[in-house]
Design a protein around this ligand. Structure first.
Ligand SMILES: Cc1cc2nc3c(=O)[nH]c(=O)nc-3n(C[C@H](O)[C@H](O)[C@H](O)COP(=O)(O)OP(=O)(O)OC[C@H]3O[C@@H](n4cnc5c(N)ncnc54)[C@H](O)[C@@H]3O)c2cc1C
Length: 447
């Protein structure tokens, strides 16, 4: 079998590694236009900030690919001939395949703003983007970033480390209003302001204004305000790369449509990662999941199907983590911005420090846990995942908080305060008693 994979991101590489394990004799070719070797996309920001160099973001050295007989082709796939089972490349000879995985990722979403093609306007997805950003922000004093999601804050942090003035335009009334409840948003907002980011809520980009040389000189907002800037970061989401599917019979919507086995509508062609859109995701799950760990899961899952072991993609409870400057954020399961009917939410916040914990649960007698948000506190993924899978009652979760505690010395001091706050807010329920943590001796004896 010759498996050709377009895209050497986490989805493509995870598939290649799993197929190599399942089918040692298979020929596997990875094609990528972006870089000769797989790299960590979430680490791109650290290149700009000077914390890492290019070799530091490569998870595997050159020998790894040779030793595992993974053929790397640094070239652009220009056309698919599904009938002839062939991929055409920009420079090299065509590649014939038995199975083809499209793991082509995503690119910056633009919204047809007047002036968006001016020099100095860009997104942040690729290696080329971060290099361009380093070049175009070199002699810049003022930057604007449009879009208040995770990438928008990353851009703001990158720019602030180089001393640029940054204005962040956020459409919602509070930070990431479609995702975060107001209390979490307020903690992030305080963090942004502490780091000198000027945030304008309820504000959209209306137009980009250029100078005589064709470079951005200002933006006009939806409120009619003109903000001078020499660089504009676009962080309004990403769109799946579906270009290769043209005239192939592969069905697309926003992304490349796949069934639960990550099969496209054309036999022998699969899709995974940021470019894939599930036709019928389970309730509460998104059809497109542009995340690192879901890319890895999809790559590993589709490998089994490619190797003749059909395996449905089952993500399990949602998980995401990020850092807003110094503030760590983790979310598990479902925590909506506003509780729906039949749901309730317990929020604890430290009186002075940037620390918060939310437990979201069913408001009925089960008190079943639906989701967790943690800010400034790091929880253990395995413990939260198990709580969510078995819908643990919130009083039980609180009693066992220590088990989820990733930083025992740090977080332990807050556990009694969190439990006390819950008990004070729920006087009609039996009081939760924090289960005693094992001391060092107990932990050593249990090993
Ligand atoms: C700045 C940034 C920070 C992020 N931080 C996080 C984070 O903290 N946590 C998290 O979970 N997620 C994060 N993400 C998202 C995460 O990186 C992506 O979801 C993930 O990398 C997608 O992997 P993928 O394999 O689907 O696609 P990609 O990694 O995008 O790989 C696709 C590859 O295919 C190549 N390609 C496309 N078309 C062709 C073609 N025709 N020919 C040849 N090659 C082609 C592309 O150039 C690209 O190299 C971040 C993303 C960005 C941009």
């Amino acid at each position: 079998m010759h498996l050709v994979i377009i895209g050497n991101g986490i989805a493509g590489v995870s598939c290649a590694q799993t197929v190599r394990r399942l089918r040692p004799e298979a020929r596997i070719t990875l094609v990528s236009a972006e870089s000769a070797y797989h790299f960590s996309r979430p680490a791109l920001m650290y290149l700009y900030m000077g914390h890492l160099r290019w070799p530091d973001v490569l998870p595997f050295e050159a020998w790894y690919w040779r030793e595992n007989r993974l053929e790397l082709v640094h070239d652009r796939a220009t056309r698919l001939d599904a009938a002839a089972r062939t991929v055409h490349l920009a420079a090299g000879p065509p590649l014939a395949y038995d199975a083809l995985l499209l793991a082509t990722g995503a690119r910056t979403q633009y919204y047809d703003w007047p002036g968006q093609h001016l020099r100095g306007v860009q997104g942040l997805v690729s290696k080329a983007d971060v290099e361009l950003m380093a070049d175009l922000t070199r002699d810049v004093r003022e930057a604007v970033v449009v879009g208040g999601g995770l990438i928008g804050v990353e851009m703001a942090e990158m720019l602030r480390t180089r001393g640029l003035g940054v204005t962040l335009l956020v459409r919602d009334r509070h930070y990431w209003g479609s995702v975060l409840p107001p209390e979490e948003a307020a903690l992030v907002d305080a963090q942004l302001r502490r780091h000198g980011v000027r945030v304008q809520y309820g504000t959209e980009l209306a137009e980009v204004l250029g100078d005589a040389s064709g470079r951005v000189r200002a933006v006009r907002t939806s409120g009619g305000q003109e903000l001078p800037c020499q660089w504009l970061g676009v962080a309004t989401g990403v769109v799946p790369n579906v270009g290769l599917t043209a005239d192939t019979g592969i069905e697309t919507d926003r992304g490349i449509l796949v069934d639960e086995y990550l099969r496209t509508s054309v036999p022998g062609i699969f899709a995974a990662g940021d470019c894939a859109q599930r036709r019928s995701p389970p309730p509460g799950e998104a059809a497109i999941e542009p995340l690192w760990y879901t890319g890895r899961m999809q790559g590993e899952t589709v490998a089994h199907t490619i190797c003749g072991q059909p395996t449905a993609y089952q993500r399990g409870p949602w998980f995401n983590s990020a850092k807003f400057f110094d503030l760590e954020y983790q979310t598990y399961g479902q925590v909506p911005a506003r509780p729906a009917d039949g749901e309730a939410s317990f929020w604890w916040q430290h009186p002075t420090a940037a620390l918060g914990l939310r437990l979201h649960y069913r408001a009925d007698a089960s008190r079943a846990l639906l989701g967790v948000n943690a800010l400034g506190l790091r929880l253990r993924h395995d413990v939260c995942d198990q709580w969510l899978r078995r819908a643990a009652p919130v009083p039980e979760v609180l009693a066992q908080l220590g088990a989820a505690n990733f930083d025992p010395e740090f977080f332990a001091q807050h556990e009694p305060a969190i439990v006390a706050a819950y008990n004070a807010g729920h006087p009609d329920e039996p009081a939760v008693v924090l289960r005693r943590r094992r001391g060092l001796l107990g932990r050593l004896l249990s090993v």
